[in-house]
Design a protein around this ligand. Structure first.
Ligand code: C2E
Ligand code: CA
Ligand code: CA
Length: 554
């Protein structure tokens, strides 16, 4: 037997249910120019309207670009006609209005809810701009209008997949949200803007093609900082022009044309650019431009060491930092070594750069050791390139620097890659012994990639082995990598060397390398390379609680 409806659905219960669920009911009577509302008006940003208002009042509350939607909603239709509109009241989130015309078109009624509540909105939940379907629908509307001149521009974020892998999807999502916010701010509201692929944005506008492409680039190719990471997005852009009306291509065909144009514009879409020249290209700089900038960069103090923490895996305590070169470019923002080291080498600037970075890193280390006397074991390691190892004067320079900074033996470490040693192990042995005598610590970098002559290792005065991040990253999927990590750890044990796993990106990787007997780790899971000021904060924090923070998951 049914319960009495009145007892369940009394007016108060209805209102309470509505208020609690962030929706409101609306009833529109055009004859009286009266819109009635009841429910969670505050949440929806509609409280200014009160329980009753006129069409002019709701029109005034809606953002100008949304007014056509409101108008559409309020226009009388035949009974049974469904209506839907989405618009924002000033200062609040977008709302979706849905309803139906009743009684010969004199009244319409329905619900209004935050747009996010409706799964079927044309908006992308992550970025708030149109999603692919929504964008295509909006584009189709424009294409239907005869005689309009439109341009559809597509921008693909270069190397976004790699960014996602390096930073994790959550941070990748933040980047996309930030980019779409910039996109919306850059174009007038009449332009249609959407996210049409994972890392692909589209704009359809009547403005000039060249100017719009420049505008898009200027807006999106700005450095951004996400959770402590500096990111420098670059775009591959393509455009397609179109005249609306009969004979216009379909929206999806037009979009494809623009996507194709972006793909052939270079820099993105295709396989990962690996070569150094490719990454320079992706930065949008000509080689010449980069070259002339690079010449003065060291003198102008634009190239500086950043510091990536190396931690003791078992306790999370900070053990030291690896100094990694960064270039604060006047226009391009912060650049990583892959965009300038190759060219530096070609220009013969590596020794100058190496000396500069080693000095800066050693002075920084000395200053930290002074301010944190309890961290007596703190080390900083610097990378030494192939050409520098054979450089006359390196040994004297190290000795003078260690003395000048008052560093204990081994606190300043030099990282040398395996392949650099192995092409002339006998010559290398002499230099390494002299460097050690000069007070430097020695780390064998990217270990596992050469593996040619293990017997030499026993004769070389290394104190640290660094396992290349490739093996750490592929351990989960690749039996061979696990074996290599294990044998490097065993080798390190046998020779009493410290073993550092590189590329520890999360807690799972940390646990895995620790299980295999590795003592130290370094990677994005702890921190990326930090500016000296940020590293100082990290130092103070880990000094305070003795534990470096580690992300729990990838
Ligand atoms: P490297 O010596 O193997 O340095 C570690 C690289 O791995 C750094 O890249 C670092 O940012 C990155 N990395 C750190 N943690 C993670 C992680 O969890 N996951 C992944 N995927 N990567 C991680 P960066 O700074 O771009 O340096 C690249 C290479 O450039 C270095 O490789 C080193 O060979 C060279 N380099 C950097 N600074 C200098 C320098 O001052 N002098 C010389 N000669 N070479 C340098
Ligand atoms: Ca290194
Ligand atoms: Ca390395």
């Amino acid at each position: 037997m049914a319960m009495t409806p009145a007892r369940v659905w009394d007016a108060a219960a209805v209102l309470e249910a509505l208020g609690g669920s962030e929706v409101a009911l609306w009833l529109w009577e055009p004859g009286d120019d009266r819109l009635r509302l009841t429910g969670a008006l505050g949440v929806l940003g509609l409280s200014a309207l009160g329980a009753e208002c006129s069409s002019a009042e709701i029109m005034a509350l809606a953002l100008p670009e949304d007014r056509h939607g409101v108008d559409d909603l309020l226009t009388p239709r035949d009974p049974g006609t469904k209506v839907a509109a989405q618009f924002r009241a000033r200062g609040s989130a977008a709302c979706v209005w849905r309803g139906e015309w009743l009684e010969e078109g004199v009244r319409a009624a329905g619900v209004v809810a935050p747009a996010a509540r409706f799964a079927e909105t044309p908006y992308d939940a992550l970025t708030g701009i149109l999603d692919r379907r929504g964008f295509l629908a909006r584009a189709a509307e424009r294409l239907a209008v005869a005689g309009t001149d439109d341009v559809l521009i597509v921008a693909n974020v270069n190397r976004f997949r790699r960014l996602n892998e390096a930073l994790g999807h959550e941070r990748g999502d933040l980047v996309l949200a930030a980019l779409s916010a910039r996109l919306s701010a850059a174009f007038p509201p009449e332009a249609a803007m959407g996210r049409v692929g994972d890392d692909e944005f589209a704009v359809m506008t009547t403005a000039d093609e060249t100017a719009s492409m420049a505008l898009l680039r200027a807006a999106l190719e700005q450095p951004l900082r996400v959770a402590g990471f500096d990111i420098f997005p670059t775009l591959s852009i393509g455009a397609a022009r179109v005249r609306g009306g009969r004979g216009a291509p379909s929206a999806s065909e037009l979009l494809n044309r623009a996507v194709e144009a972006a793909r052939t514009s270079g820099g993105g879409g295709v396989a990962e650019p690996r070569a150094r020249t490719a990454s320079i290209g992706a930065l949008g700089m000509s080689r010449l431009e980069l070259e002339s900038d690079l010449h003065g960069a060291i003198e102008r103090g634009e190239i500086e060491p950043f510091f990536q923490p190396v931690v003791r895996l078992a306790t999370g305590e900070l053990s030291g930092f690896e100094a990694l070169a960064r270039w604060r470019h006047r226009r391009r923002g912060l650049l990583g070594p892959e965009s300038f080291l190759g060219l530096m080498g070609e220009l013969g600037l590596m020794p100058t750069l190496g000396a500069h970075l080693m000095r800066a890193a050693a002075l920084q280390l000395a200053s930290w050791r002074n301010t944190h006397p309890a961290m007596a074991g703190l080390t900083v390691s610097v990378n030494v390139s192939t050409v520098e190892i054979d450089r006359a004067g390196l040994i004297d320079e190290v000795e003078a620097l260690v003395r000048h900074c008052g560093l204990p033996a081994g606190a300043l470490k030099l990282e040398i890659t395996e392949s650099d040693i192995m092409h002339n192990p006998d010559a290398a042995a002499g230099i390494l012994h002299a460097l050690r005598a000069a007070g430097a610590g020695l780390a064998l970098d990217d270990f596992g990639t050469g593996f040619s002559s293990l017997s030499y290792l026993t004769r070389l005065p290394f104190d640290t082995l660094k396992i290349d991040r490739y093996f750490v990253r592929t351990m989960a999927a690749n039996e061979g990598s696990t074996k290599i990590v294990r044998s490097v750890v065993d080798l390190g044990r046998a020779l009493s060397l410290e073993v550092v796993a590189e590329g520890v990106e999360n807690a799972v990787m940390a646990a895995r390398v620790m299980e295999l007997g590795c003592d130290y780790g370094q990677g994005f899971g702890y921190a990326p390379a930090l500016s000296a000021a940020e590293a100082e904060v990290y130092l103070n924090e880990s000094y305070a609680d003795g534990v470096a923070p580690l992300k729990a998951t990838s």
